[in-house]
Design a protein around this ligand. Structure first.
Ligand code: ATP
Ligand code: MG
Length: 434
């Protein structure tokens, strides 16, 4: 017997029973981003490998060991995108979007060859937000407040906001020297990766997950001592804004982020409820990246949030239930079966928001009612010989006590319009599409 083919390790199907939470996050985020004036951008999943090398940096986990790169048939090296910022910047340069400030967002799958574990997958999904052409701390603050609002809208709480600044390139360089000198004195106790990075990218050592390296890092000099007045003011403005907005945060001088392109502000939202993979959202400022990728010098700031981690948090909070359909049309007998599809269409015309499953494939009343019950529908609509002769449709509540009633088509439409609204109550926030 041939063995069936399975999905690739670390890449997961999202089954219908879990999709409701994805929709919930996507819908809330989309509404919120629109409300702040951000426009969605969609870019290809595949880009030229050099785009990521030049942006994320050659000496980063992502580029060194996590990219899905392959030769196209013509020999070009391409990569599945490991993140969205580089593609966003490329698109903005390519289409001349940078002549004015841009507030953009994107969503979709990202690909990294990592060791799969809870909260860490090889295909995962992000919603990302980028603001181009805005240099001041006000936009950094806006992005952080936007995320804080998203957590509220989603009903998620208890996240910790960590904040740091990496300074501007010259400040960062001075700090880098001092840090490398300090870490150099402890090189024997650094993990192998970190020891290697001592020369190439010492800042990334601050970010190491290796316990012994973390101990050494705990006493490392802080970037704060190397900030010039402008970087300092920028950072202080954000802190002040957060204070005024009543958003708690913790300044973490070890927070550097895994990508090379950040300067000044970096931040992460972290939860204690997901084990080791607790960062649900991460971002920062990257004022040099656009120029580095061939665009006119343009300040930029952005963040990305991890969908899988948010989905798991919402599931832990008990938000799993998908909204069932409103009605299930049961049709028994050949004549009824033939009329059922058209009757359903007329009901859909009359009640556009109706969620209705029309039974297909025949069978007895009993077996069709079983299906109706399983579907979670609130009402079974019944069409048999008797109903056809009398030009009515039977309506039987499935979730509460109640006799089957007979209604004409118009009455039925009115009845459904009145009654399918109720159960949408608080969990659905009266969305336009519900
Ligand atoms: P980490 O330090 O956990 O590897 P990162 O710095 O690589 O994170 P980013 O590139 O900043 O992460 O991605 C932003 C967010 O995307 C993360 O905070 C996380 O929520 C999510 N994310 C990143 N990598 C993965 C992954 N492999 N699987 C699931 N979610 C991920
Ligand atoms: Mg990573």
């Amino acid at each position: 017997m041939s063995k069936y083919i399975q999905a690739i390790r670390g890449m997961h199907d999202i089954l219908p029973e879990r999709i409701a939470i994805w929709h919930r996050i996507e819908e809330r985020a989309r509404d919120l981003l629109a409300a702040y004036g951000y426009a969605e951008i969609r870019t290809p999943l595949v880009e030229v490998t050099d785009l990521f090398k030049r942006s994320i940096g050659e000496v980063t986990d992502i580029v060194e060991k996590e990219m899905y790169s392959f030769a196209d048939r013509n020999g070009d090296s391409l990569s599945l995108r490991p993140e969205g910022t580089a593609s966003c910047v490329r698109a903005a340069i390519e289409h001349g979007l940078l002549v004015q400030p841009q507030r953009l967002w994107y969503q979709g799958p990202m690909f990294r060859y990592e060791r799969p574990q809870r909260g860490r997958y090889r295909q995962f999904h992000q919603i990302g937000v980028e603001a181009f052409g805005l240099a001041g701390p006000d936009i950094d603050l806006e992005l952080i407040l936007l995320t804080a609002r998203l957590w509220r809208v989603l009903g998620l709480g208890g996240f910790r906001l960590e904040l740091n600044t990496l300074g501007d390139p010259d400040e960062r360089l001075a700090y880098r020297g001092q840090l490398a000198a300090y870490l150099g004195r402890h090189v024997e106790r650094l993990d192998a990766d970190s020891a290697k990075r001592l020369v190439t990218n010492p800042l990334r050592i601050l970010d190491s997950k290796h316990p012994q390296t973390q101990q050494i890092v705990a006493d490392a000099p802080s970037v704060m001592e190397h900030l010039g007045p402008e970087s300092r003011t920028h950072f202080e403005r954000i802190c002040h804004g957060l204070d005024e907005a009543g958003i708690g945060y913790r300044v973490n001088p070890r927070l550097v982020r895994g990508l090379d392109y950040y300067n000044r502000t970096v931040f992460e939202w972290i939860t204690e409820d997901l084990g080791a993979q607790g960062t649900v959202c991460a971002g920062g400022r990257y004022d040099r990246l656009i120029e580095q990728l061939g665009g006119r010098p343009t300040p930029a700031v952005g963040f990305a949030l991890g969908m899988e981690r948010l989905v798991e948090l919402l599931e832990l909070a008990g938000h799993a239930a998908a909204r069932p359909v409103d009605a299930y049309l049961v049709a028994v007998g050949e004549r009824a079966q033939q009329s059922a599809t058209l009757l359903s269409e007329r009901l859909r015309d009359a009640v556009p928001e109706l969620r209705l499953i029309t039974h297909c494939g025949g069978g007895s009343f009993k077996s069709q009612f079983k299906r109706a019950d399983k579907s979670g529908a609130r009402y079974a609509l019944v069409l048999g010989e008797v109903e056809l002769d009398r030009d009515v449709i039977g309506v039987k509540p499935l979730r509460e006590e109640g006799e089957q009633r007979e209604l004409g088509l118009d009455e039925l439409a009115a009845f459904l319009s009145r009654n399918i609204g109720d159960q949408r109550g608080p969990t659905h926030h009266h969305q336009a599409d519900s």
